[in-house]
Design a binder for this molecule. Structure first.
Ligand code: XMP
Length: 506
């Protein structure tokens, strides 16, 4: 594997993605919390950073243990860090170097630059520049304005590059990473979805033996893939619980339950609708609604978990972005997670935790799901918030409002599917607004509620743009909702992006 030491750059996760796209396994670790460097580690990549090496509180670590022993590739800050601490000089650039540049000089005999043509376009993003280097450094690539765009420390497999190979604007960035990882580090490109499935199932078998595991399914991609992996490893000893909180999409509980059963999972569907509606009664504050739903879910799940004898483990669909420790520059103590006080927790939370997906990014989870032949309808589904329709009904929840929203939402989503746009949209849903407005239907005056349609494009939900759905499609959906859903006489479309709006309305 490859270790990526993170100095806090926004690009660190992207480096990891690129390494994995080359079918090589890598892990991100904060620079101030070093992992164990056993024989499985074939090389190290040092990330960029928002800091300058010239700042007194800049991230610092002792690289002497690796120097000359393992191949190292410093990227941006990583390159400046190595240069600065090896007798070179790093200064502020006269102009901030940002954007496209071209490697006018390339030492094409250098293994790092194999097959990279002269003049190759690279992406720069830095405020500092390496002004001079120590005698044992050799410049292997330069641009017009950056002499030390890439270097090697002579007689070692330590390299530094000032540009960002992980960004697609660096046209030959992938080739450079491949040169480093395969030729210099000697990595095999054998980390694929199929190999992940095979090794993970074997590891789970070994780890869990004959133990019983309980896992909560949500209908989403992560918990479904985690369940199928565990099922392949331990079969009926995996007990899945799928709770109907009364806040799912129309008919979703039954159809998802059917597909889980079809996959052979040992799954129990629990109808807890009324418990959730009771807990939500009278609440209109979004955070209070979220808390109530979280609390009832834990109670219901705990009750169900107690029905399983001898359960030892809690299975979870946690994925890698949730476990990557973020870099803290305030010293090592700040990165250590606080331990939960187990005293007051429900019993299932005291179980040992097994998280088979905690090394994977979201797109990798989907690939693993595909390798496991999971229903494409489950793998391709839009994200759906845990509190479900409760945060898409503004204000107080009643079963009647849920039923109205489910009908409108089903018309919306079915139309997105039949128009062939569902897969281009990252997330879509209907929202029940607490607004009544006047309408006419036939000769009658109506005074009914408004449904808002929301559809966004996004990569990870952190930022989002509203989708430019075709007018004729929006018109068709609006007509169908108003003609078929009693209680709705007006449909609007949300044209706000995130930020400053959020995806959900609550
Ligand atoms: P926002 O509304 O913050 O949503 O732009 C970003 C993403 O998070 C989802 N979301 C939630 N998911 N529990 C969840 O499990 C929640 O309370 C919650 N609130 C928002 C939202 O659907 C979107 O994908």
């Amino acid at each position: 594997k490859i270790i990526i030491l993170d100095f806090g750059s926004q690009f660190t996760q992207l480096i990891a993605r690129r390494v994995r796209e080359l079918s090589i396994y890598c892990e991100i670790h904060p620079f101030n919390h070093l992992p164990e460097f056993d024989a499985s580690v074939k090389g190290i990549i040092l990330s960029g950073s928002p800091y300058s090496v010239r700042q007194t509180d800049a991230p610092h670590f002792d690289f002497t243990p690796f120097h000359g022993k393992l191949p190292v590739l410093g990227v941006c800050y990583g390159a400046q860090f190595l240069a600065h601490h090896s007798g070179g000089e790093v200064l502020a650039s006269s102009t901030r170097e940002y954007g496209r540049a071209h490697l006018q000089y390339i030492n094409s005999d250098n293994p790092l630059l194999k097959l990279i043509p002269a003049n190759s376009q690279v992406w720069m993003s830095h405020g500092d520049t390496i002004a001079s280097i120590a005698d044992d450094f050799e410049v292997i690539a330069s641009t017009d304005s950056v002499k030390v765009a890439a270097y090697q420390i002579k007689g070692t497999q330590t390299y530094g590059i000032q540009f960002h190979p992980e960004v697609t604007h660096s046209i030959d960035g992938k080739q450079l990473l491949q040169n480093f990882l395969v030729d210099i580090c000697g990595c095999q490109q054998d980390w694929t979805a199929d190999s992940f499935v095979e090794t993970t199932i074997a590891e789970l078998k070994e780890k869990l033996g004959d133990d019983q595991v309980v896992l909560g399914l949500s209908g989403g991609v992560d918990s479904s893939v985690a369940a199928v992996l565990l099922h392949h490893a331990i079969g009926k000893n995996l007990h899945c619980i799928f709770v109907d909180n009364g806040l799912l999409r129309k008919d979703e509980f039954q159809s998802v339950l059917d597909s889980y059963q079809h996959m052979g999972l040992n799954v129990k569907g629990v109808d807890a609708k009324q418990r959730f509606y009771d807990a939500l009664g009278g609440l209109s504050d979004p955070e209070k609604k979220r808390k109530a739903i979280g609390r009832v879910f834990i109670e219901v799940f705990d009750d169900e978990a107690h029905r399983i004898e001898n359960v030892k483990w809690l299975g979870q669909g946690t994925i890698y972005p949730d476990v990557i420790e973020s870099v803290s520059v305030k010293g090592p103590s700040a990165t250590i997670k606080s331990h939960h006080n187990v005293g007051g927790l429900p019993d299932f939370m005291k179980l040992k935790v097994v998280e088979p997906l905690n090394t994977l990014f979201k797109d990798e989870v989907r690939k693993v799901g595909k390798a496991l032949e999971i229903d494409p309808n489950i793998l391709g589904r839009h994200p759906f918030p845990g509190p479900g329709l409760a945060i898409r009904i503004l204000g107080e929840i009643t079963p009647e409002k849920v039923a109205i929203l489910q009908e409108a939402d089903a018309i919306y989503i079915n139309n997105l599917r039949s128009a062939g746009v569902y897969d281009q949209v990252w997330q879509a849903g209907a929202i029940f607004l607490p607004v009544q407005s006047v309408g006419v239907m036939g000769d009658e005056r109506t005074y009914e509620n408004v449904i808002c349609l929301r559809a966004v494009e996004s990569l990870d939900g952190m930022t989002a743009d509203w989708c430019h759905l075709p007018y004729n499609l929006l018109g068709k959906i609006s007509n169908e909702i108003i003609n078929n859903v009693k209680g709705i006489n007006r449909v609007v479309y949300d044209i706000s992006s995130k930020p400053p709006a959020t995806i959900e309305w609550e």
